[in-house]
Design a protein around this ligand. Structure first.
Ligand code: PMP
Length: 393
């Protein structure tokens, strides 16, 4: 049996990590993997997470199974964080999932159960795991235009034209904020127009929210999701706590399915069923920490202030990099970096130039020229700017 297996294509980002590790140069710079790093290059455990863990260690009396959907308090806390204090609980069915990836996977399985003919529309480009899981599940898939390589911004006209052609009942996957890999995001007016076109076509939005708090702020980054949730009758939201709580390896995510309150018991039963089939009970540790933080005023305040530090640190690096590139290249070509939000920006240089950054300068980024802003610091910004100016000359 095992001899029948074919080799799997290597994950490009994981491959890049290995190449970086194997590179003996001391001054190498890793801008590949999507993990937040503080100015000293560490991915720290957040203070509130540490405090919650200490408290949990003292107070937890059992590790018996939770519910199939995870703890209801976790789903309620996440619904409030994402949809706001007055989130209509009677519309929301939810399950805890292993990370945001688990939430996306369960959302796609739910779509397949409910509507096997539906096509899932993806932004071009998108996070490579989206098409990969969709293909694996055998779900029909199409792309809508998203990125304007000329301006480094959203190709809004192209996006709207393509979304206008979506069939009723098809699913449109949207990045709720901090688009990965481009860093380019619609503005508030554009989001309202996106909600209009989704409404008009009868599409079902599936919102991937993996970076709430990394863009313009915790509330601001949820605005598009809240708008769409308020406007559309049915919405799927797949959210991750990996980045904003810094609990990547705890595998903490949530899938929420919003719809007619009369359907909630059946939707919830189907979500529970999917958890049962795929892994039974979802991981609890990270979800419990998140719940403790979000339901304790002091821990919430501390977490918010540390998250804000993280966000502002990335914004400062963006501005420094945009300025340094302007100085080194004598042009405004990379000005969009200051406008982009989240951890990533797509530089828009060629694969050959990305390769030269690696071979000649020891600077690692993904082949499509996506760089992780948080991989930089004040010392490496000028090094990167100089190297980019050299390879594009
Ligand atoms: N969606 C996007 C766009 C992402 O970038 C990520 C993380 N790389 C995820 C979802 C899921 O993250 P995780 O499974 O680690 O929570």
């Amino acid at each position: 049996m095992l001899s029948a297996l074919k080799p799997q294509p290597a994950d490009k980002i994981l491959q890049l990590i290995q190449m970086y590790r194997d590179d003996p140069r001391e001054a190498k710079i890793d801008l590949g993997v999507g993990v937040y790093k503080d100015p000293t290059g560490l991915t720290p455990v957040m203070r509130a997470v540490k405090a919650a863990e200490a408290k949990l260690w003292q107070t937890e009396t059992t590790k018996t199974y939770t519910g199939l959907a995870g703890e209801p308090a976790y789903a309620a806390a996440m619904a409030k964080m994402i949809l706001g204090e007055d989130a209509a609980a009677d519309r929301i069915a939810a399950i805890a999932t292993p990370g945001g990836t688990g939430a996306i996977r369960q959302a796609l399985e739910l779509i397949k159960l409910a509507s096997p003919e539906a096509t899932v529309w993806l932004s071009n480009p998108t996070w490579p795991n989206h098409p990969s899981i969709i293909r694996y599940l055998g779900i029909p898939m199409r792309e809508y235009r998203y990125f304007d390589a000329e301006t480094g911004g959203v190709d809004f006209d192209g996006m709207m034209a393509d979304l206008a052609g979506v069939k009723e009942g098809d699913v449109v996957l949207l990045h709720g904020c901090c688009h990965n890999p481009t860093g380019a995001n619609p503005n508030a007016v554009e989001w309202a127009a996106i909600a209009d076109v989704l409404e008009k076509t009868g599409a079902i939005p599936l919102i991937d929210l993996a970076y709430q708090g990394f863009g313009d702020g915790l509330e601001e980054d949820a605005a598009a999701t809240r708008l769409i949730a308020a406007r559309l009758p049915e919405v799927l939201i797949a959210a991750s706590c990996s980045k904003n709580f810094g609990i990547y390896r705890e595998r903490t995510g949530v899938l929420m399915a919003l719809g007619d309150p009369a359907l909630k018991p059946t939707v919830q039963a189907n979500l529970n069923f999917l958890n049962r089939q795929n892994f039974s009970f979802p991981p609890d540790h990270g979800a419990r920490l998140v719940t403790m933080i979000l339901t304790d005023a002091e821990l919430t305040a501390d977490w918010k202030s540390e998250l804000e530090e993280v966000r502002l640190n990335m914004l400062t690096l963006r501005q420094l990099l945009a300025d340094a590139l302007r100085a080194e290249t004598g042009s405004d070509r990379f000005g969009f970096i200051g406008q982009h939000r989240g951890m990533f920006s797509r530089l828009g240089i060629t694969a050959d130039q990305v390769e030269r950054l690696r071979s000649e300068h020891g600077i690692y980024m993904v082949g499509d020229s996506r760089l992780n802003i948080a991989g930089l610091n004040r010392n490496t910004v000028p090094v990167l700017a100089r190297a980019v100016a050299q390879v594009i000359r």
